[in-house]
Design a binder for this molecule. Structure first.
Ligand SMILES: Cc1ncc(COP(=O)(O)O)c(C=O)c1O
Length: 344
């Protein structure tokens, strides 16, 4: 049975055209800087976001972790929202890889303000940790795909500059945010010191993330990529997937958002839903009523050929993506209505 897979936008398979492009990629040893496809991808992504330089890595976790390592020294403190991916879902990597602790801030639907961050900056006293980095996320995974516009980011960036505090963006789904805000991608360089960008989420590439920043920052990050075991050889074969995605799969993200909104409208009418987060992009998060245990609900979906994930107690997450089409959407809506009628 081929499942309709809503667990994440990471479940997509490369299209035949993407695979063909990957097969034809020119390759070289990237640890020597010799892979023309990796070099092309790094230059294209840096240019796209208005940065000087970029480094290609295996995953979004790796680009985030390398960025944090590059910006900090052990004993420092990082400020981020309490729902952040870097804080919740990277295996405690901030402590493990960088020897740095987190000062989480309780944001509003995942978004934190300049005032909230500024209130958490430690005074320069030797018995306090040194605040050395702020991390934002766009879009916000655990906050249901909510997003920041650049207008909202501007005061945060200005406050960070005032305190000489670097600002990193976990932009795993930055293209989803850009589709909604219509901000100019190049303007991101005016606000952030580094951005991690994923190609194996909504953009449909099988592997790969890129970290962008200044030349000095990326030269340093490249050393940490090597140290973390992330120096790859003929990596152009996978970088080509990301390059294909950058050239072909951005605009279509709007379709994922449209389908996600349709799912949200359906869920808003379903009897089993206790609470539904507003649907902003391609992530739908809802809480089930107590009398509908999440494993029972997921079991009912699975019996109809649909799989999804939980995200915390009684919370379900659906993520729309390139391999989720209108036919699948229709089947999902029929199934949700059927379950809803059963629960009446
Ligand atoms: C917001 C966010 N950041 C980072 C990552 C990490 O990406 P990867 O799975 O490629 O390590 C994810 C993964 O889903 C994510 O959702």
């Amino acid at each position: 049975m081929r499942f309709i897979d809503l667990r994440s936008d990471t479940v997509t398979k490369p299209s035949p055209e993407m695979k063909q492009f990957m097969l034809q990629a020119e390759l070289g040893d990237d640890v020597y800087g010799d892979d023309p496809t990796v070099n092309m991808l790094e230059a294209a992504v840096a240019e796209h976001f208005g940065f000087e330089s970029a480094v290609f890595c295996a995953s979004g976790t790796m680009t985030n972790q390398i960025a944090i390592k590059t910006h900090t020294i052990p004993g420092d403190e990082v400020i981020c929202d309490i729902t952040s991916h870097v804080y919740n879902y990277e295996g405690g990597g901030i402590a493990f890889n960088s020897g740095v602790q987190v000062r989480p801030v309780m944001g509003n639907a995942g978004k934190i303000t300049a005032e909230q961050i500024e209130a958490q900056i430690q005074p320069a006293i030797i018995n306090l940790p040194r605040t050395s980095l702020v991390v934002l996320e766009n879009t916000l995974n655990k906050a249901g795909g909510n997003f920041y516009s650049l207008a909202e980011i501007a005061p945060i960036a200005a406050m960070c500059k005032k305190h000489q505090l670097p600002l990193h963006l976990d932009g795993a789904r930055i293209f989803n945010a850009l589709i909604e805000t219509k901000d100019n991608a190049k303007d991101y360089a005016n606000y952030f010191d580094s951005i991690s960008i994923c190609f194996s989420k909504g953009l449909g590439a099988p592997v790969g993330s890129v970290l962008v920043g200044s030349k000095l920052f990326i030269d340093k990050a490249r050393r940490y990529r090597r140290l973390f075991g992330g120096g790859m050889r003929q990596a152009g074969v996978i970088a080509a997937g990301a390059l294909y995605a950058l050239r072909n799969n951005i605009e279509r993200l709007a379709e994922d958002h449209k389908r996600a909104k349709a799912i949200g409208e359906c869920l808003a009418q379903c009897t089993f839903v206790q609470e539904l987060l507003p649907v902003h992009t391609n992530i739908i998060i809802f809480k089930l009523k107590d009398q509908v245990p999440s494993d029972v609900f997921l079991g009912k979906l699975k019996a109809e050929g649909i799989i999804a994930n939980t995200m915390g107690k009684q919370c379900i997450r659906f993520v729309t993506h390139l391999d989720f089409n209108d036919e699948m959407l229709a089947k999902l809506i029929i199934t949700l209505n059927k379950i809803s009628n059963l629960e009446l």
